[in-house]
Design a protein around this ligand. Structure first.
Ligand code: NA7
Length: 573
């Protein structure tokens, strides 16, 4: 609907609001609180699921667990929330995250303003009214001034189109749409396609009960032990007593995690010392492995040494040399694809009931009534699990028919890849804000850290508009273009371009444009840029009072900038 007359506001089923938020995960909940309670706006959330949790509401597959450490995977804006909640394990499982978000939503009295079971189909901007009109599958209609998408980055499932899929006579599931009642693998021949972060978590758990598990691997992947376990009372005490320092660390490190990046470089130490450092980092486990040397993410030679260490570890764990060979035939530098962490992933291939199939060497040709057919033969299965990931970052937004000024469609603007200013706004879409949108650090950062920054920036921006009676804010075409260039520049100073076949580049979805989507310049740097823009009264945005913010050119970025940003000090928990 281009710019037409706005719906009749008294019409039954139409709700008029200041702000509508789409999604009730980490970001939607905090955005609701910020706009409703802090700014006093009339705000509501619409959510497709029947409960809060966002990504975690849907991702209930066996072994589903966060890769961020629990004490950093929390809201930090509320002292009471922090003090009252205690996580039970080093990495929270999906059920515990959902319990946490329910606890937060109840404590902050958010649920009364959330419409559950309400999936947004369309959001159209009416230019004459300067309003967004949003329609849902269950027949609701909202008219609002501000529209905030809090739809998550990894919520639109990717199910590859294999010929014959519909003929499969067994059960099949995608990990991101897992049945709430669970799946019983006992006595079943199970196949799993995909060995990303999800697949690597699911394999050991499925193998425990399945009669047989066949893992179809296309790209071999690095993984480091998570070293998960219950949190000791001493650690809990440490966390409670050091909240402020931990907060400072997660808000100033490039990736929002509660560890500091070492200042030493891989070739600063001799072979023996280096091996000892890697060994300690491996034993300690988790994403902090990549932080044990400063230059793993930037220097290919340094990265090769870390990669070699992990490959040697895999070979030492996996007993069958053929399987070990397939698992270590890795075609990209460490951490240029999202680096998984695991609990007994490689060990699981020593079980008699687990087989690894290399579908890069012999690709999947079809799904048959009985199972999966590769170039090498047919594998008979009762259950097929798709751990095949997501149409990341853009998928959740493009699944909604979003139309801006003059009926222009977001999907057309993004035909050649996502374009945003700061990952927060798109030119031609006034008053539409995208929490952790493409072009922001989002998936390269511990998500709640990225989310809090975005939600607060959006809150302060709307507050500025309201206080100054400014009807709208909209990124300019020029600032958007410059930001897109900056996002590319930032990716290019890392090793990310060595692996263009990743979902960071949209490569996992056939036909999706190959553009590096998240901002790799680091959360701290990004935070400073956003704060500076707000302080300067929004350069790069067109304001509805007729004032055009002067254009904004992001500062140039180099490896040295990233290294410097990485060298913040904090408690290295
Ligand atoms: P990922 O990381 O996108 O992994 C998907 C996996 O599925 C990966 O191993 C893919 O192989 C594989 N895949 C996808 N399509 C196919 C086809 N057509 N044939 C064979 N194999 C295929 O998704 P995850 O859910 O594991 O993780 C997503 C994020 O969630 C993760 O990064 C964390 O941030 C949390 P490929 O590597 O493309 O060859």
């Amino acid at each position: 609907m281009p710019d037409g007359s706005i719906v009749n506001k008294t019409q039954a089923g139409v709700t008029t609001l200041d702000a509508l938020i789409i999604g009730a995960g980490f970001s939607g909940l905090y955005q609701l609180l910020s706009l409703r309670d802090k700014l006093g706006l009339k705000a509501k959330v619409v959510e497709a699921g029947d409960g809060v949790g966002g990504t975690w509401y849907w991702n209930r597959y066996p072994g589903a667990r966060c890769d961020s450490e629990s004490h950093s995977y929390s809201y930090y804006f509320d002292k009471e929330l922090l003090e009252e909640w205690q996580w039970s394990e080093r990495y929270p499982g999906h059920a515990e995250v959902v319990r946490y978000l329910n606890y937060a939503a109840d404590k902050l009295d958010l649920k009364r303003d959330i419409h559950f079971n309400s999936k947004v189909l369309s959001a159209h901007y009416s230019q004459s009214e300067n309003k967004w009109i949003v329609k849902t599958e269950d027949g609701r209609e909202f008219v609002c001034t501000y529209l905030i998408t809090a739809v998550g980055c990894l919520s639109s499932t990717n199910i590859p189109k294999f010929p014959g899929h519909e003929s499969f006579e067994g059960e099949w599931y995608h990990t991101g749409q897992w049945p709430h009642e669970g799946v019983d693998f006992k006595g079943k021949r199970v196949g799993q396609i995909g060995t990303g972060s999800t697949g690597i978590q699911a394999v050991p758990v499925i193998a425990e009960t399945a009669k047989h598990l066949t893992v179809f691997q296309r790209t071999a992947n690095y993984s480091v032990p998570a070293a998960n376990g219950p949190l000791s009372p001493d650690f809990q005490k440490y966390v409670q007593e050091n909240r402020e320092a931990i907060k400072k660390t997660i808000q100033t490190t490039p990736n929002g995690h509660p560890f500091v990046i070492s200042e030493r470089k891989v070739f600063d130490v001799d072979d023996e010392e280096r091996e000892k450092i890697f060994e300690e980092a491996w034993t300690k486990g988790g994403l902090g492995f990549r932080a044990c040397f400063q230059d793993i993410a930037f220097d290919k030679k340094a990265n090769d040494v870390a990669a070699d260490f992990i490959k040697r570890k895999i070979r030492s764990i996996v007993k069958d040399p053929e399987t070990a060979k397939k698992l270590t035939d890795i075609d990209h530098p460490y951490a240029t694809k999202r680096p998984p962490i695991d609990t007994n992933y490689f060990e699981t291939f020593n079980r008699d009931n687990v087989t690894l199939v290399d579908v890069k060497a012999a690709p999947i040709e079809a799904i048959t009534p009985k199972g999966v057919k590769t170039q090498d033969g047919e594998y008979e299965l009762d259950i097929l699990v798709f751990a095949t990931g997501f149409d990341a970052m853009t998928g959740p937004l493009l699944n909604i028919d979003i139309q801006g000024r003059d009926g222009v469609k977001l999907k057309d603007i993004w035909e050649e890849g996502p374009k945003t200013y700061l990952g927060l706004q798109v030119a031609g879409f006034p008053n539409l804000f995208t929490v952790t949108g493409p072009g922001s650090p989002s998936v390269l950062c511990n998500m709640p850290v990225a989310i809090e920054q975005h939600v607060e920036w959006i809150r302060d921006c709307i507050s500025y508009l309201e206080d100054n009676k400014i009807s709208s804010i909209e990124a300019t075409e020029e600032s958007m273009q410059r930001w897109v260039e900056h996002v590319n520049d930032a990716a290019n100073v890392t090793l990310m371009p060595h692996a263009k076949h990743t979902w960071y580049y949209g490569a996992n979805v056939p036909g999706k444009p190959r553009v590096f989507m998240p901002y790799a310049g680091g959360m701290a740097r990004y935070r400073a840029i956003c704060a500076d823009i707000a302080k300067q009264k929004y350069p790069g945005f067109k304001l509805g009072n007729g004032k055009h913010g002067q254009s904004y050119t992001p500062p140039k970025i180099s490896v040295d900038d990233l290294v410097e940003a990485a060298m913040v000090k904090g408690p290295g928990v």
